[in-house]
Design a protein around this ligand. Sequence first.
Ligand code: GDP
Length: 300
Amino acid sequence: LVRLRARLARSQTSLGRGLLALLSRDHLDEDAWEEVEDVLLSADVGVRPTQELVERLRTRVQVLGTRSPQEVRDLLREELVALVGPDLDRSLRTARHDGRPAVVLVVGVNGTGKTTTVGKLARVLVAEDKDVLLGAADTFRAAAADQLQTWGERVGVPTVRGPEGGDPASVAFEAVKAGIEAEADVVLVDTAGRLQNKAGLMDELGKVKRVVEKHGPVDEVLLVLDATTGQNGLVQARVFAEVVEVTGIVLTKLDGTAKGGIVVAVQRELGVPVKLVGLGEGADDLAPFEPGAFVDALLA
Ligand code: GDP
């Protein structure tokens, strides 16, 4: 939590502190509430969720009558946590089952942090004593397989890769096959994220998933989204979600943005929980997403 707090320092100033400062004014008139809305919107919370939050908060503050900064802070905390969805199932299916490894596909636009996320996640799973195998199915980007293999070596897990420019689906298939033969606990497959058009993506990513499913169902499809890309990122995320059934979102680069509200927007948009957050480039900078801790960090 301390680390999260430090890493979200930039989000704080914009979202948490901005809101608390506004809400502690003596007189909360129409303008003040509009400013509250502006702060939420500029943090990428999204129009509908912002309106809902302000509506509820406003009603509660009015009902309360007199209010101390602490009371307002508590109300704001409650409403923000409710907005983030405290009851969503954010568990990761990474346990071996039915005599075979769990299969996790990691998808998203290039540059969002897919490969880094696979490396960090491998490290988390190895720390849980799991046998992990990586599949380098991003065969388009020249350095992608090298980058993944470097992560693999750093974490101490094998990487299955194919020829550069080869068929990503075939690499993914071979990786899962190798995981089954090695009796691994989990196979993490890094995929290519060329978003030239939806049809092309369908071809590439849809095929990767279908081919991997010849070994059995895929357990998780994690969509990696760069928190700094705002509404653009959301549009791209939607395209991916239309091509494959996404089971969880990894929100990366939360350390570099004041737009923590994207958590709310993307969950609404895709109807899928944020399961992990990236808080830096280092191997330990991946954390499970926890709404209470997240909101506390915003308001700290
Ligand atoms: P990919 O093309 O989607 O596989 O993206 P990469 O994994 O190569 O990451 C792109 C860049 O983003 C790299 O420089 C990473 O170090 C950086 N990156 C990834 N995740 C995070 C994060 O959570 N925070 C920050 N600050 N940088 C990140």
